[in-house]
Ligand binder design. Structure first.
Ligand code: ADP
Ligand code: MG
Ligand code: ZN
Length: 476
């Protein structure tokens, strides 16, 4: 029997607010354990949570960016469970009336576009963190993260392969980062994903029993975990067995998923409305106000780059991977008016150097104004493309403008015809035999003469001119 994989993802994104969702404590990562806490996020009895307005605003942003319907009336619920990192014994979340529902994002896999539905987006608080002692059989609790605002984005089971799952995740990640509402750091846990997966016979409409996968802290691990789990479930089903509804943990070192616990049903959590928080009413005016602050989103930017700069789709994809990179590119083009050449430099040397030094485009030592100037110098023939590579390397190291480097190192391109003729003449006189061979039909030798001239001028000769003069002089 042929099986089809059905995948639905739940994404938790930490919002980039200064303070926590229901108290004024800082959300900063990496502080001394339990230093960012107060009676509210410690879950002391008798305290009252107060909603952080920024959290609502950020969630509205995400809802608008993913074509969701925004519920004007929101409420909060208590999700009850016990765990040592949850001091209140319940998590404040949204249940019956989440902020957003019925959205979608568009993904593309192997050239095929597809919409993946978003069931809902709701706001909730994060739990604390358990820190396990490596040497002693004890664990510590750090509640700095307790009360940090999260949005949970629940996806429809519309995904059919691990590739689609990654495309969907990348799209959500990209939107969150573009909106500047989440830093997207998967390793630090600001962007986390649980993957639900089941198999069913191809052609069947009903959903099979799913397993929920946790503990994957990179895109690659999500993909590996899903691929492993598809094989595992297939093996179980083909052997006549049944998939158990459960939560499984991805074990990165072994490359397998293993059972952690039976999966709870929603009714096990005994959700009920939180009596400490009043219903949250979102006005149309507020939504419109937020809509005005939305930046151009990645897909739109990509389309615009293709149209406005006439660059290939591939280039547009790379250049819009982040807002900062896109801004850098646009600024360069504005100053040199050579979109494709600028794209080649940004995608090539700039990104390669940044990658090698693990730097962000914001910390790029070659500013867009300097790159544009260098492109202009190539275009007006001041330097050759080959010399430009040398100039660029020096610009990167010294952060100086290209003109200064060119003057200091004597790298000006040679465009003086008389000088070039002299050099070419020398090259021809040095090897009369090859000249003879060329003239009697061995045209391949042209490249050899080109090379000799470029070598003699240390790459500074204008190749177009050399080409032209060489043809003339060899014809004599
Ligand atoms: P819970 O919060 O308990 O995990 P939900 O009903 O909210 O449960 O479902 C969570 C996710 O599981 C959603 O993203 C949904 O698309 C996905 N999902 C639900 N049923 C299946 C299934 N049979 N196979 C694959 N994914 C599923
Ligand atoms: Mg779940
Ligand atoms: Zn607090």
């Amino acid at each position: 029997m042929e099986y089809e994989a059905v995948i639905g993802l739940e994404v938790h994104a930490q919002l980039l607010t200064e303070t926590k969702i229901f108290c004024g404590c800082s959300t900063r990562f990496g502080a001394a354990p339990n230093s960012h806490t107060c009676p509210i996020c410690l879950g002391m009895p008798g305290v009252l949570p107060v909603m952080n307005r920024k959290v609502v605003e950020y969630t509205i942003k995400m809802a608008l960016a993913t074509h969701c319907r925004i519920n004007r009336e929101n409420s909060f619920a208590r999700k009850n469970y016990f765990y040592p990192d949850l001091p209140k014994g319940y998590q404040i979340s949204q249940y019956a009336y989440p902020l957003a529902e019925h959205g979608y994002v568009e993904v593309e896999v192997d050239g095929e576009k597809k919409r993946i539905g978003i069931t809902r987006i709701h706001m909730e608080e994060d739990a604390g963190k358990l820190v396990h002692d490596e040497y002693n059989p004890v664990s510590y609790v750090d509640l700095n993260r307790a009360g940090v605002p999260l949005i949970e984005i629940v996806g429809e089971p519309d995904i059919r392969s691990s590739e689609e799952a990654i495309a969907y995740l990348r799209r959500l990640h990209e939107i969150l980062v573009y909106l500047e509402i989440c830093d997207g750091n998967m390793e630090e846990g600001s962007f986390r994903c649980d993957a639900n997966i089941s198999l069913r016979p191809r052609g069947e409409d009903e959903l099979g029993t799913r397993a929920e996968l946790k503990n994957m802290n990179s895109f690659r691990n999500v993909q590996r975990a899903l691929e492993h789990e598809i094989k595992r479930q297939q093996y179980v089903l083909e052997g006549g067995g049944q998939v158990v509804q459960e939560t499984r943990l991805w074990d990165d070192s072994k490359g397998v998923t293993r059972s952690m616990r039976g999966k709870e049903e929603a009714h096990d959590y005994r959700y009920f409305p939180d009596p400490d928080l009043v219903p949250l009413i979102i006005s149309d005016e507020w939504i419109e106000e937020v809509r005005k602050t939305l930046p151009e989103l990645p897909l739109k930017k990509r389309e615009r780059f293709i149209l406005e700069y006439a660059i290939p789709e591939y280039d547009a994809g790379v250049l819009t991977a982040s807002r900062d990179l896109a801004d850098y590119y646009e600024e360069t083009v504005r100053l040199c008016r050579k979109p494709k050449i600028a794209s080649n430099w940004v995608m090539g040397d700039i990104l390669r150097y940044l990658n090698e030094e693990k730097r962000d485009i914001k910390a790029c030592p070659v500013r867009s104004i300097a790159l544009a100037e260098m492109i202009n110098l190539i275009e007006d023939g001041t330097i050759s493309g080959k010399i430009a590579k040398e100039v660029f390397e020096e610009m990167w190291k010294s952060e100086r403008p290209p003109k200064e480097i060119i003057e200091e190192k004597g790298l000006l391109q040679i465009t003086d015809v008389d000088i070039l003729k002299k050099v070419i003449n020398e090259a021809l006189e040095a090897d009369p035999e090859k000249v003879e061979q060329y003239r009697s039909g061995k045209e391949k030798l042209f490249g050899h003469f080109m090379g000799q001239v470029m070598k003699a001028t240390r790459g500074k000769a204008n190749p177009k001119l050399v080409n032209k003069i060489l043809i003339e002089m060899l014809a004599e």
